[in-house]
Each structure stands twice: as structure tokens, then as C-alpha cells.
Write a protein that binds this ligand. Sequence first.
Ligand SMILES: Cc1cc2nc3c(=O)[nH]c(=O)nc-3n(C[C@H](O)[C@H](O)[C@H](O)COP(=O)(O)O)c2cc1C
Ligand SMILES: [Mn+2]
Length: 514
Amino acid sequence: MNGRGPIGYCTREILESLHVTYKDLRGFIDEVAATGTLRRISGADQRYEIGGITEVAAGSAECPALLFDRIKGFPAGFRVFTNATTTPQRAAIALGIDPSLTPLDALKAWMAKRKTLRPHKPITVSRAAFLQNSMRSRQVDLGKLPAPYWHRKDGGPYIGSGSIVVMRDPDGGWINASIYRVQVHDKKRVTIQFDHAGRHGAIIAKKYWAKGKSCPVAVVNGEDPRLFIAGFEYLPDGQSEYDFAGAIKGGPIEVMAAPITGLPLPAHAEIILEGELLPEHKVSLPEGPFGEFTGYYASGRRPCPVMSVQAIHHRDDPILLGSPPMKPPRFHFGLPFRAASIWSNLETVGVTDVVGVWQHVAQLMTVVALRQRYAGHAKRAGLIAAANSYMARLVVIVDDDIDPSNLADVMWAVTTRCEPAEQIDIVRNAWSSALDPRIPSDQKDAGVTSHSKAIIDACRPFAWKDSYPKASALTPTETREIERKWQDALTGGPVKPPAAERGGTRRRQPRGRR
Ligand SMILES: Cc1cc2nc3c(=O)[nH]c(=O)nc-3n(C[C@H](O)[C@H](O)[C@H](O)COP(=O)(O)O)c2cc1C
Ligand SMILES: [Mn+2]
């Protein structure tokens, strides 16, 4: 399944001309604009419209990135950028991977790149763009920033939907920088939500609180997309997401010590909140509800630690990076990074011949494609994938002729190669979360956050796979040959130039450039 993917609204020449050297979010937006997938939207309302337009766009076939300006009630130039990395192509651009690869090949390229990544510690610079404007102490007013009310039933506006929360571990001194949602409560207070007590942010904050101190914290909004990706990674204790973002970049990110907390913060970030996370046993605020990535409000409203905001810094004409959870299949990342981790897990434990792993329905379904070598091979892969699939009730194993990133193909395999009475197993009490809408609330109250997973073996039965009815469709290679030979006829043919122009050759304009 090697090859180039559909290039959508942009020519291959443009894609290949992208040098993937963007310096910051603005540079990334320029690269997105060059692909023709950026839409600029003027006059939307912070209340529900930015969220609604983002959701509609994310559900459309083109899935454009959106840059909102002239937001109702805010000065022109205060912008919100959404759907940044929601397509495979834009996720690839963010990672510095060839964006013209097929989605599965792009994920494979990311796996290969990830294996050889070398962490880069950030370097300290003496000037930071985020210090162009500052509000301190009495001037601090979060209402000056266009934090959207993303979904209708949300408990309030969220400035942090794709923002990075930065803290320093008091023991090791290392910086944790990952994504936790941040709700605005009033001019000077936000809450920071940890899904569970194992989050590095939660562990670090507790260390300060245990000594009776508040935890110095910064919320970085409008960060380099590499940092957005790093913030989603499960990195081990002590390993900074800054170093990982530097690894993706192939060089250090630039930071500067912030004036109030002294935390090293990305110099090119757009908007930064500095302050302290107050001891949870002394003060908390009801947080949420917030529309979740499953497409529900399943975890409700809960007490949450409060950050007292002591300063707001922002660049001129700042851009907030927004990444609201939305009803699947919409998802923050067009490449399923967690599927890449499962793929690596399979390889690490010696499951051979895996040709692809993908996740659909916003991570709620995992698919592994492999070339079966022995009886039990597919189930072995299925059990490992199930063990590592967060919140996914469905795990499907398919043969190597199926593209796991193509849901129609996967369902064809399920409906034509899987005998349910023989090829579906159920694993109970497996890994889910409080966000799971199907765990009854009385069980959740009792602390249950697990569910069952179906492992669907949609491979041809190993014992008679060679005599299984042959597939009638063309192979990918045959398909490509036909496309090459008959492309003009299939796409309507080259435009016939008017008589006066004949003699020169004119090619059809690619879509999106018309
Ligand atoms: C857009 C987005 C929003 C997220 N929101 C939250 C959140 O509100 N709370 C949370 O605990 N994890 C959230 N996560 C998941 C964590 O960022 C992720 O699991 C990360 O690896 C945790 O980092 P840590 O190991 O440093 O705690 C979110 C992830 C993304 C991509
Ligand atoms: Mn971490």
C-alpha cells in the first residue's frame, strides 16, 4: 500500500514546495494557506458560532482550517484558529512529513521518524513575542480574549481547548507541558481539568500543595503545532514535551523565562496566562460540562482546581489555537497518533507482518491489518491492540489486502470474512474512562471506569485462507495503472482550448485554485 494519496485541493507542486520549516503558529498558518485549505471567516460570534462553524467545517469533505477574525465584540486582529491538524495532510505538515503521502503511509512515516527522534532541550532567548502586550495584576481581564463558548450546553467559555499547561516538577526540575482544558470563570480565574490523578500536571500540582504552596503555572495558547502534538503524547515522567517538540522540529524550541512565574515559555506563542494553581483542598470551582470527544456530555460538572491569573501576555493581533472536542469522526488530529503507538507496541513485542494500524470514530475503534503467518497470529495482535486501545469498544483485525484507514474496506472485510459466532471475542473490565457515555452513572459514582471490548477477527480463517473465495476487485497496483492510463477520460478530459489559443497546451486548474 505504498504510494501517494489524493492531494485534494492543492497541487502536488505546492505540497512539495512546502519546506516544513515553519517557525511558529503563524508560519504554520501560512503553509496551510499555501495548500488552499485555509478559510478566513469574519464576524462570527464567540458564543456558539465559532464552535458551530468549526464543527460544520470539520464534518465537511474538505475539512478546511479556519481563521476567525473580526469576532463580534472584539478588536479586529484578535483571532481564533481551528481545525489546524484535523486532516492527514495538515497533520503531516505539522510533523514535517511529506503531505502528499497516503494517510496510512504518512502514519508509517511518522512511526519511522518517531523511532529516530532525538530530544532537543529548548534554548533560552532574551526576547519573546508574547511580551509585546501584557496585562498585570489589576488590569488582568480574561474577558478581553475571545475564548469561545464551543458547544450549546457548555458550562462556560473555554480559552484552553488546544492549549498547553506548563508546570515545573519541584523535585526533578523538569518542565511538563501538556494539554488540559481550561475554562474561564471570571476576569482573573480559570480552572484546569485533569481527567485523572495520573496526569503529570495533577501529580506535579499535588507536590506543591502538599507543602502548603500554590503551583506556579502558565497556560500557553496559540503554540507551535509541534508542541500541540507533543502535548498529546504519553511521555514518561521526567521527559519534557518541550524536548519532544524540539525532536519533531529537529532543533530546539525557543523559550524565555516568564516575568511572574519564571517558567520557561515558548517565545513565539501567541497568548500566555501566568499565575498559580491554588491548593485544591482550599479552593475549587465547578467545572464543565464541556462537550467531549465522544460526542457527549458524559462526565458532567465536577469540582476542579483553580488558577489565579496574575498576568496575561499576548502578541500583537494574537491568535488563539482552538481545538474543541466534536462529535466523531471529527478529531483533533487527522493522523491517529495513538494507532501509531499501538503499531509500535505490536512490533516491539514481536508481532510480525503488521502492515497498518488505524483508528476510526475518534479513537473509539482500532483496526490492525496484517499478513497472517500462523494460526492465532491475528488474535495475538487483536489482544495486544485491545489492551492498548483507550476507550475503544471495537478492535478489528483484517488481512493485508485491506487498507485499515479505509472504513468502507474494513466493513467489507467484517461483513464478508467474519463469522460472528466464531470470530468475535469479548474482553471484560478493560480500559475506558469517566468520559465513557455507556457506563451507567451509579457505576461511575462507585468508581467504575472500565468497559468491555469486542475483538473482531475479520481475517480469512487461517486454516483455509488460501482457498477462500478470491476477491473480485482490482488490486491497488491495478487501480493505479488504470488511473494513470485513463485519468483524463475519468476526470472529464483536458479542457479544450478555444480555437485562438490552440497550439499551446492548457491544463485544467486544480480544484480550490479556480
Ligand atoms: C485537544 C485535547 C484536549 C485534551 N484535554 C484534556 C483534558 O481536559 N484533561 C486531561 O486530563 N487530558 C486532556 N487531553 C489528553 C492529554 O493531553 C494527554 O493524555 C497527555 O498525554 C497528558 O499529558 P501528561 O502525561 O503530561 O499528563 C487532551 C488532549 C487533546 C489533544
Ligand atoms: Mn507529561
